[in-house]
Write a protein that binds this ligand. Structure first.
Ligand code: BDR
Ligand code: CA
Length: 323
């Protein structure tokens, strides 16, 4: 039986690759896409998710509700977009062709409640962007959110370098207020941080093979563009990190990971290196709670994973060939 997944995405190359993976993989049924600002503006993200329906012609993709999420963070700032990493539309060099299809209605956030009610007790929420929309749900609909089976979050960097500052990861850095709200109120949370996602690498050889035998043509131009950014920054990098794909995989492949259950605190600075830093307490003594002067929930954090399992699952799904 496929796992039902409501995706909260900020639409970058790895978000789109994760959505393609989810649509192709029979173990996952995407039942909705909440589209937020993040890597690119919400408007562009909505256009890209709409365009995806012309790329993936399965019934599941055609019937997937597209929901407009947050346009800006809870910090009341204008977000910094990163077209140099993901492209203007989160598709690398690709611009979705203009079509007569109307953009999804921009004020349909309430539709999420119907989806959660429809799949009560069996819905997984996978948040692969900033956490603004998910935090809003916890503030406005705490009782409804108790109907969600599990929450998977791509975010954070624990005892490893960040990718926006020396210590902060992009999704938590983009809206540290929202990240703290979700980690304060949500239960059954699994955090998939840079500790593992930086190593979920798609090499050029992998992408070229998918391009040769796989069903989706946009994968190669998209990931090549994304990889170029990482290669310019570090010529030794072996390929492009598919942060969001690994996070979506965690819904069905939990046994591929090593987890630790730890209290997590997000630094609420408005600027500077420590903004959005994710801190987990691994000391056998003392406690983050005492220092923070409040109870801090423990969450499951992925600290390692089996790359071979990731490789086999990703390549089998995206190429259609058994690895
Ligand atoms: C996260 O930030 C975004 O740029 C990616 O899509 C991913 O979700 C990685 O830090
Ligand atoms: Ca993302």
């Amino acid at each position: 039986m496929a796992e039902k997944v409501l995706v909260f995405a900020d639409i970058g190359v790895d978000d789109i690759t994760a959505l393609l993976y989810g649509y192709i993989n029979d173990d996952i049924e995407i039942v909705g896409i909440v589209t937020d600002y993040g890597n690119i503006p919400r408007e562009n993200a909505l256009r890209t998710v709409q365009y995806l329906k012309s790329i993936v012609v399965t019934e599941e993709a055609q019937d997937t509700p597209i929901i407009a999420g947050a346009e800006n963070p809870m910090t009341a700032e204008l977000p910094d977009f990163v077209p140099e990493i993901h492209g203007e539309y989160g598709l690398g060099p690709i611009t979705p062709p203009t079509t007569e299809d109307p953009l999804p209605e921009l004020e349909n956030f309430y539709e999420i409640i119907g989806i959660i009610d429809q799949y009560e007790g069996e819905l997984n929420i996978v948040n692969i962007g900033r956490l603004t929309s998910l935090a809003t749900l916890y503030l406005l609909y705490p009782l409804t959110m108790e109907k969600v089976k599990a929450i998977y979050i791509m975010g954070g960097a624990f005892w490893v370098p960040g990718n926006v500052t020396a210590v902060s990861e992009a999704n938590f850095h983009g809206d540290p207020v929202a990240a703290q709200i979700v980690l304060t109120y949500a239960d059954n949370v699994t955090i998939i941080p840079l500790n593992v996602t930086e190593r979920a690498i798609a090499t050029q050889q992998m992408v070229d093979y998918i391009d040769q035998v796989g069903p989706i043509d946009i994968v190669k131009p998209m990931i090549d563009y994304y990889y170029e950014y990482y290669r310019e920054r570090n010529p030794n990098v072996q390929g492009a990190p598919l942060h969001d794909v690994l996070t979506l995989m965690a819904v069905n492949r939990g046994d591929m990971f090593t987890f630790q259950e730890l209290p997590v605190h997000i630094v609420q600075a408005t600027q500077g290196t420590e903004r959005g830093q994710s801190i987990a307490d691994i000391r056998p003594f003392g406690s983050l709670e005492e220092e923070a002067g409040k109870e801090i929930k423990r969450h499951r954090i992925a600290v390692d994973f089996d790359y071979k399992r990731f490789f086999i699952d990703f390549m089998t799904t995206m190429s259609g060939q058994q690895f």
